[in-house]
Design a protein around this ligand. Structure first.
Ligand code: URA
Length: 257
């Protein structure tokens, strides 16, 4: 993980804390809306110490959080990559001021979703958090809503549940070798729709599990990660910062072994 800088330029700090573009925060500083340790006429290029200085904006104490963590409702048709290609990337859905370099560094994607997969996508500057949520050794639950191509009878549904609980042997795909998935949890909603919770995040894991069971995924949406659930009020393509409570749901749970 990159070193966190404690001494930062005032205008950069405000812009990275969501107060507007660099030009907008400069205007706020010039208008006397920002004070540093009681000085209400700081310069835009003054440097402030994040662990010592008291910064107020319009009389409100600035609470500096070094890292940024967003929840996005990813739509189909966007790739989880910072590089362009035939498809637009999830970063193209973000405003310039949000996707740029932040106090905590560059934003990165936590656990990629396929181009045709929708739903909960986390983007954070916190590399350590990213590692804890994606490394298979921490067994973080990821839940998906799945629609299948072929209807599954009640009897077969039970077989799918047992197979998933035991751990499905998935076939090789593209450059990835076959693997034995760790046991997961499957709950049926209808003959073709179900919720699957898995604990690893292997390449195309959900699609490969159902392929191994003789079916095919026709719609896939991630709805939860750890104890965090997708905010369904976010329309596809929308994103917002996580609240403190949501951040705890994502990070501080007994799911992290
Ligand atoms: N499993 C898949 O097959 N695709 C995804 O996008 C996520 C999990």
């Amino acid at each position: 993980m990159g070193q966190i800088k404690e001494i930062v330029r005032l205008d950069r700090l405000l812009a990275n804390s969501g107060y507007g573009t660099r030009a907008e925060v400069k205007a706020m500083i010039h208008a006397g809306e920002v004070s540093v340790n009681g000085n209400s006429a700081p310069r835009v290029d003054d440097h402030v110490n994040l662990s010592k200085d008291r910064i107020e904006v319009c009389g409100q104490l600035l609470k500096v959080s070094i890292h940024t963590c967003y929840m996005m409702n990813k739509p189909a048709g966007y790739v989880c990559s910072s590089k362009g290609g035939p498809h637009a990337t999830v970063f193209d859905l973000m405003e310039e001021k949000d996707r740029g370099k932040r106090l905590g560094g560059e934003l990165s994607i936590v656990g990629r979703l396929d181009v045709d997969t929708e739903g909960l996508l986390i983007l954070t500057t916190d590399g350590e958090l990213n590692h804890r949520l994606t490394s298979p050794k921490y067994h973080i639950p990821k839940s998906y809503f799945v629609r299948l191509e072929n209807p599954v009878s009640a009897e077969k549904q039970e077989q799918y549940i047992q197979a998933v609980a035991k751990g499905v042997e998935i076939p090789p795909e593209d450059h990835e070798p076959g693997a034995l998935c760790r046991g997961g949890k499957l709950e049926w909603e209808s003959g073709v729709t179900c919720r699957l919770t898995i604990y690893e995040g292997l390449y195309h894991e959900v699609k490969r599990i159902f392929k191994a069971l003789g079916n095919q995924v026709v719609f896939l949406k991630r709805v939860g990660m750890n104890n965090l659930v997708l905010d369904e009020k976010l329309a596809p393509g929308e994103y917002r910062e996580l609240s403190e409570k949501e951040l705890s749901a994502l990070t501080l749970t007994n799911a992290i072994l």
